[in-house]
Design a protein around this ligand. Structure first.
Ligand code: SPD
Length: 281
């Protein structure tokens, strides 16, 4: 494709985000969704699922770093982590920066996303090379149903709630995830945008509030997502979520571009209307 890719969706009517494309590297309808990888003119490679931008090389670090390091540093000593979704591998790449992690399981429903990423998005898929990673090709809800008190941290790196990502926004999935976590476990979920989806954010926070003792909602910048930002909804049965529980090791900090201990704390400071939205959920 030459010209411009424009992201439009019924999920955010009336807005289009356009990115200039140099060429299409990959295009396939998998058993679950349309997968496209583009070379953009100014923003590096771009992964698009069912017409929605999942990442560009330009700013993917903000999303992967915040979704991973926020829960992993809130936890005092995470050893076993489960990723639901995340087939591009970027979240795995970030988890692999933590030496204390022993086991990294990933449950992705669409094997074609993994193979497209391995071929066309090496900056993301390098995460699969870590020997601690085990790939499970399965439905996320069915997978968590089979786990009990297994994981210190569960990270849900889903697409939006249309298509294969839809079940990952349902109460049933969160209930099983809660049971799959160890006593002090933390769940961190791709939490959409309080500008674009206030109802969806409130529904998600409401479910997490019912299931977990502590909950919190973090937000940060992603210029190439419509709306320019996104959130993470977190829940834990015992741990403080809004600040790191330990010092960020220098060898990890030196590998990061967005996440710092200060950014961790600041990401939970919300504009007044969003603060009310979360409080009233
Ligand atoms: N509105 C787009 C939300 C996309 C979230 N998933 C991104 C996957 C990157 N690993």
């Amino acid at each position: 494709m030459n010209g411009w890719f424009s992201e439009t969706s019924d999920m955010w009517p009336g807005i289009a985000l356009s990115i200039e494309i140099e060429k299409t590297l990959f295009s396939k309808k998998s058993g679950f969704q349309q997968i496209d990888v583009y070379e953009t003119k100014n923003h590096g490679r771009m992964l698009v699922l069912d017409g929605i931008i999942q990442l560009t090389y330009f700013d993917e670090f903000t999303y992967q770093e915040m979704l991973v390091h926020t829960p992993l540093f809130a936890h005092p000593c995470p050893e076993k982590v489960l990723v639901i979704g995340g087939g591009d591998g970027g979240v795995l790449r970030e988890i692999a920066k933590h030496d204390n992690i022993r086991v990294i399981d990933i449950c992705e429903i669409d094997e074609d996303v993994i193979s497209a990423s391995k071929k066309f998005l090496p900056k993301m898929s390098c995460g699969f090379k870590d020997p601690r990673v085990t790939i499970h090709i399965a439905d996320g809800t069915q997978f968590v149903q089979q786990q009990e008190k297994e994981y210190d941290v569960i990270i849900v790196d889903s697409s939006d709630p249309i298509g294969p990502g839809e079940i990952l926004f349902e109460q049933n999935f969160y209930e099983h995830s809660q049971k799959a976590l160890k006593k002090n476990g933390i769940i961190a979920i791709q939490g959409e945008s309080f500008f674009l989806h206030p109802d969806m954010v409130q529904k998600m926070v409401n479910i997490i509030k019912q299931l977990f003792k502590n909950h919190a909602y973090s937000n940060f910048l992603v210029p190439t997502f419509t709306g320019g930002h996104i959130g993470i909804c977190l829940g834990s049965n015992g741990l403080e979520l809004k600040k790191p529980s330990r010092q960020i090791p220098k060898n990890v900090q030196d590998q990061l571009k967005y996440y710092t201990a200060k950014v961790h704390e600041a990401s939970f400071v919300l504009p007044y209307f969003a603060e009310k939205l979360i409080k009233d959920a």
